[in-house]
Ligand binder design. Structure first.
Ligand code: MG
Length: 222
C-alpha cells in the first residue's frame, strides 16, 4: 500500500517539482495538490491522505490555520467515523525555527521541513511521519518550543494519572530519545517501552511522540 500524499503550496513550480520527487519514490504517491489552505482542508476531507506537505505562506488561508482546521476535533471525528486512518501534516518552511511552524506543530503537525531539503530527506520525512514519528531533531523542537511559550501552566490532572514508570518514559520521549535508547535507560525491553508510550498517549490524549514533546514543554515538564 502506497503512502498517499497531498501537496499544498501556492507556487506551481515548487508543487510540480515536489510531485515529481514523491511520485518517483517507492511506496508513495501524490493523490492531490492544493494551492491554498482552504482547498487543502477540503481535499483532506475528500481524499483522506496519509501525509500532507503543507506550505505556510499562502493566499486565502495560510498553512497554520489550515493545519488547525485539519485537526479540529469534529473533523478528526468525522474522518475516523468514515474509516480513515490518521492524517500527518509536515509543514514546509523557508526559515529554520519559524515561529509559525511552532504554532502549526501545536495545532497537530508532526514537524517541519525546510524548503531547501534534498529529495532523499523529503522522502524520509514522509515515511517517518507516516510511522507516527517527528520529522525534526529534538533539539530543534526544544528550541522552537522554548521560543514560543511564555510561562508553564500548572501540571495537568491527566499527567498525574501516569505511573512512575510512565513518567520516566515520558521524560525520555520528551528529550527525543528513541525506544531503543529508552529501553536501555529504564532497564526494560523495547516492547515494554512501546506499551508505556501507548499508555502515555492514551492517558494524555495525544497523537504521537511529537505531541509528547510539545506537551512536556507547554506544561513545564521537559
Ligand atoms: Mg507559499
Amino acid at each position: 500500500m502506497n503512502i498517499r500524499v497531498l501537496l499544498v503550496d501556492d507556487q506551481d513550480l515548487f508543487r510540480e517539482g515536489v510531485k515529481v520527487i514523491v511520485d518517483a519514490q517507492d511506496g508513495m504517491e501524490v493523490v492531490g495538490t492544493a494551492g491554498d489552505g482552504l482547498e487543502a482542508v477540503r481535499l483532506v476531507d475528500e481524499l483522506t491522505p496519509d501525509v500532507v506537505l503543507m506550505d505556510i505562506r499562502m493566499p486565502e488561508m495560510d498553512g497554520v490555520e489550515a493545519t488547525r482546521q485539519v485537526f479540529a476535533p469534529d473533523r478528526v471525528a468525522r474522518r475516523t467515523a468514515a474509516g480513515a486512518g490518521p492524517v500527518r501534516v509536515v509543514v514546509l518552511t523557508t526559515f529554520n525555527l519559524d515561529d509559525r511552524a511552532a504554532t502549526a506543530i501545536r495545532h497537530g503537525a508532526s514537524g517541519f521541513l525546510l524548503k531547501d531539503t534534498t529529495p532523499v530527506q523529503l522522502a524520509d520525512a514522509i515515511r517517518t511521519v507516516h510511522a507516527g514519528n517527528a520529522v525534526l531533531a529534538p533539539d530543534d523542537l526544544t528550541a522552537l518550543m522554548a521560543g514560543s511559550f511564555v510561562a508553564p501552566v500548572p501540571t495537568p490532572p491527566a499527567y498525574l494519572q501516569l505511573t512512575d514508570k510512565e513518567r520516566e518514559v515520558f521524560a525520555a520521549v520528551a528529550r527525543g530519545l528513541s525506544n531503543t535508547e529508552i529501553a536501555a535507560l529504564v532497564f526494560a525491553g523495547e516492547s515494554t517501552v512501546k506499551t508505556h508510550v501507548g499508555a502515555i498517549l492514551r492517558k494524555l490524549t495525544l497523537r504521537d511522540r511529537v505531541q509528547i514533546v510539545v506537551y512536556a514543554h507547554e506544561h513545564g515538564l521537559a
